[in-house]
Design a protein around this ligand. Structure first.
Ligand SMILES: [Zn+2]
Ligand SMILES: [Zn+2]
Length: 908
């Protein structure tokens, strides 16, 4: 889309003597007060000229700059709103908050809900992984975590007009002037912005080569490449708070400006003294570095600064590692504070990536052991501005500690595997690097180290983590299940009204009368109202019958498409406009209601026992059992299970009322927080809130009991590890819980009967029996030793002499283990022994060759193979011993002759 030449012909620009110019370097238009200006003012069209020479009247810390920004807009009639979390739990298409506008998408930006204030200002911590490989090597231009200062105005067509382009530029300019930036230093570059299905024109203000903000005027919806006017014009600005901070300090890196004392302490651990004047010189050209041209541009920068390339690398390599690790540990602390557990999927995957990459970066300076200390520093440094970090400090540090141990385990286990691979293949392909990382947790740097130890130098791709994060960002969240019936059905349903959901009005209704609105394909019945719960939210659908006149139709399953509920019946016959009487299978429904209500109770209990990071990661309810997957970094212990069970049953006994009501989304979020989205993001302006008071409140569409006491009893019957970072609790409720306890008790009673002991003393009885077995085994061993020694002597005496060998054929009913013992005893007495042994009871046979026999050329394994063939079984083994099984035991002795021939054949 071409930018119209008058798109930014604004009164503010005209009144303040701005002119529109064309940058000869990048070919873009920009606005400036400096008539003699020769570039757009954005790198790479100019170098960074604020380094060592900040244009502001004072230096700001990040906190001071944030406060400056927020209070400036407050003074200009904006309402300050609290930032949203960095984990975008309210979105089903995004894992992390990537911009301030995300807080208001899609309900506010689509005009479904009003904004919390208009205009408003927010400083929103954001996370982005697209540039993760550039973090640290661009002196602070790229970060995985940053604050986006956004002032937003929502202008409604035919409604409230707050402000648009002119005022936006005026505000931006005003703030720049207020911190002392000379007016002519701020240039405004024109651009086109598009993202998330929306688009508009934008201005990119720059100072000293640094793009400090983006002023987007969101005006269009992009449909099939076409720009269609939206009903709301949205001012969507993003002020890079960290960049403004860096600009005000003019320091040799953005990290110096943002992280001050955290950086100082880390450098102290590493014993590093930085040559800040050299770093400043290098930073002026750091904008040149990109993913694909690192070496080339670094050589270029070395030349510009007048140092050798090697000196540049030696200077930058360790400090860039520290920059990157400082960024990553902050991002990690924020994510962990919101209850994400490191794992191999989704948000947990990216959290683990931050840890592992951060660890590797610290290793450059030899301080990887400081990882947990660095996270602690971050919590302290940012904790005043973001109290959630302090609140979650213990859990964050615990998770970092666990992750640290897991990574070290991975490293010690993975090294030899990598070395085997390198020895065999002499190189490691990109696919293999991905495999090492995704399946074994080894970073490319770990692979590189392991290869180096065995003398193979590997080059690591510069964009590895970027590729991996892109791949996993794409995972997104679980996509909405596309209805199985396909587009045709969806189209037919579109014309139908939403079905009245009687199961929400009174979940205890078992029967109803209804009218048939439509019948599709003979068996898909749509009614005006129904008591049949449609499958959803991890709860299976109701079953039951629809009765028309004398005919009864079984309802097999029920589901909902866009508010229309479809009853799948077992045969055709029901017709449009029929009157039906419906009855649900109540045992099934009430069991599901118990299970569903128990799920809410158990997640509340798990949170109290395991910590705030225990979020629901999945759930399903069937009639007899329900399961709840919980994010947690360790195996749930027996004691924790008991405690969860104990708390859950306490809530049952407390007779807590459970209320369900529809609430406007923004009001519900405000009242209960985003913990509401325990079961994932839910769509709609209105969401259904299931409230158990201070125990648990969730957005949930299932059917629940009116009071927790109706559950009766909850029993956790099993725990499983679903995957690293996700633990499963399987539980039963009400009569099914009692069934489970009775089943377990019956097993114990049966065991007690078998032991011939009373139930209470079963453990003691089992223990006594185990002790007795152990004692018998010891006696048996010693008997066998004596016996085998005596028998060995007899057998060796009677052995057949064949060319200096002593050959024995022995067949017995005893255990094969005893016969092996016997073979060893024979060898002790006669080194030229070749003993053929067979256990007829176990159908196992073997051949033992003594040392002397082996020296003469006997190979017991090969003879065993031969013996196996002769007997119709199979076998094989080493020169000193072979074993096999199967075949006909009667053929053992019959094979004697041919075996003797084979022995002769082996003798040299
Ligand atoms: Zn330019
Ligand atoms: Zn529920």
């Amino acid at each position: 889309m071409q930018i119209p030449s008058d798109a930014f012909d604004l009164p503010f620009f005209r009144e303040h003597g701005f002119v529109r110019k064309l940058c000869p370097h990048c070919g873009e238009h920009y606005w400036t007060q400096d008539e003699t200006s020769e570039t757009c003012g954005d790198a790479p069209c100019i170098d960074y000229d604020f380094i060592g020479d900040p244009p502001t009247n004072k230096q700001y810390t990040n906190s001071e700059m944030r406060e400056k920004f927020l209070s400036y807009f407050e003074r200009n009639n904006h309402s300050r709103v609290a930032p949203y979390p960095v984990v975008a739990r309210w979105r089903d298409d995004l894992m992390f908050t990537i911009a301030s506008i995300i807080d208001f998408q899609p309900y506010v930006t689509e005009g479904i809900l009003p904004p919390p204030a208009n205009p408003l200002v927010v400083s929103q911590p954001c996370l982005r992984f697209e540039d993760i490989d550039l973090v640290g090597i661009t002196a602070g231009r790229h970060l995985t975590i940053f604050e986006m200062g956004g002032h937003h105005a929502f202008n409604y067509k035919d409604g409230e007009q707050v402000y648009w382009k002119d005022k936006t530029v005026e505000y931006h300019h005003g703030l720049a002037l207020e911190i002392g930036v000379p007016s002519e230093s701020v240039k405004y570059k024109e651009g086109v912005w598009a993202g998330g299905g929306n688009a508009g024109f934008c201005l990119e203000p720059t100072v000293g080569g640094l793009e400090i903000s983006t002023l987007v005027f969101m005006q269009y919806r992009v449909v099939n490449g076409e720009w269609i006017q939206m009903p709301i014009n949205i001012v969507d600005t993003g002020y890079g708070i960290e960049r403004w901070t860096w600009l005000s300090q003019g320091s040799c890196s953005g990290f110096h400006a943002i992280y001050g004392p955290v950086l100082d302490k880390t450098l102290e651990w590493a014993g590093m003294n930085l040559d800040e004047s050299l770093l400043s010189e290098l930073a002026k050209y750091s904008y040149l570095i990109d993913l694909n041209n690192q070496e080339e541009e670094r050589r270029n920068i070395a030349k510009k600064v007048g140092i050798e390339y090697e000196q540049l690398i030696d200077t930058l390599y360790p400090v860039e590692g520290i920059y990157g690790a400082i960024d990553h540990t902050k991002a990690m602390a924020f994510i962990l504070s919101e209850g994400i557990v490191p794992s191999n999927v989704k948000e947990g995957y990216l959290t683990r990536m931050l840890f592992r990459r951060g660890y590797r970066l610290l290793r450059r300076a030899g301080i990887e052991d400081r990882m947990p200390d660095l996270v602690k520093l971050q919590i302290n440094f940012w904790g005043d501005d973001f109290p959630q970090l302090r609140k979650m400090e213990d859990e964050i540090l615990e998770m970092v500690d666990v992750e640290d141990r897991k990574y070290r385990d991975t490293l010690s286990r993975g090294k030899s595997m990598v070395q085997r691979h390198v020895k065999k293949n002499k190189k490691v392909s990109m696919d293999q690097l991905v495999e090492f990382y995704e399946s074994h947790g080894l970073t490319p740097e770990d692979v590189q180290d392991a290869a180096k130890e065995i003398g193979t130098a590997l080059k690591v791709p510069g964009d590895f983590y970027t590729l991996m994060s892109r791949k996993h960002m794409g995972e997104g969240k679980e996509k909405k299940i596309v209805e199985k019936e396909g587009a045709d059905l969806a189209k037919r349903l579109e014309e139908l009204p939403s079905t009245r959901r009687m199961f929400y009005e009174n979940p205890y209704d078992k029967e109803m009368n209804a009218k048939v609105i439509e019948v599709i394909e003979g068996t898909k019945v749509i009614l005006d109202q129904t008591v049949f719960y449609a499958e959803g939210g991890g709860q299976i659908s109701d079953q039951g019958v629809l009765i028309v006149g004398d005919a009864e139709y079984r309802v097999k399953d029920v589901h909902s498409i866009e508010g229309v509920i479809i009853h799948n019946v077992d045969r055709p016959g029901i017709k449009k406009d029929d009157k039906v009487h419906g009855v649900i299978e109540w045992d099934r429904r009430i069991s599901l209601m118990r299970a569903h209500t128990s799920t809410h109770i158990i997640i509340g209990a798990a949170r109290r026992v395991l910590g705030e990071h225990a979020w629901q990661a999945g759930a399903s309810k069937t009639v007899e059992r329900a399961r709840l997957d919980i994010s947690h970094y360790a195996r749930i212990t027996r004691e924790e299970v008991e405690e969860i069970e104990h708390l859950a049953n306490m809530v049952v006994r407390e007779r807590r009322p459970v209320t369900c009501k529809f609430m406007q989304r923004d009001k519900a979020e405000k009242k209960y927080g985003l913990r509401l989205y325990q079961g994932g993001a839910v769509p709609g302006k209105e969401i259904r809130i299931v409230d158990m008071g201070d125990w648990d409140v969730e957005a949930c569409g299932g059917t629940h009991l009116a009071n927790t006491s109706e559950i009766g009893f909850i029993k956790i019957v099993d725990t499983e590890r679903v995957q690293d970072g996700v633990e499963r609790l399987v539980f039963a409720s009400g009569p099914h819980a009692l069934d489970e306890v009775q089943r377990r008790e019956a097993l114990l009673m049966e065991a007690a009967d078998l032991m011939g002991a009373p139930y209470e003393s079963i453990v003691e009885s089992v223990q006594n029996n185990l002790d007795a077995i152990k004692e018998l085994r010891t006696q048996l061993d010693s008997l066998q030793k004596t016996l085998s020694s005596e028998l060995a002597e007899t057998l060796v005496d009677k052995a057949m002499k064949v060319n200096g060998l002593k050959v024995v054929f022995h067949r017995d009913e005893v255990d094969f283990e005893f016969l092996i013992e016997l073979g060893n005893a024979m060898e002790e007495k006669e080194s030229n022994i070749v003993a053929f042994i067979m256990s007829t009871s176990q159908r196992r046979f073997g051949i033992k060759a003594g040392k002397g026999a082996m020296e003469k050329g006997i190979h017991a394994g090969e003879l065993t193979t031969k013996l196996g063939e002769l007997m119709g079984g199979s076998g094989g083994g080493a020169p000193y011993f072979g074993q096999g099984g199967g075949g006909d035991p009667e053929k053992f002795m019959g094979a004697k002759h041919e075996i003797l021939e084979a022995i002769k054949g082996q003798l040299q």
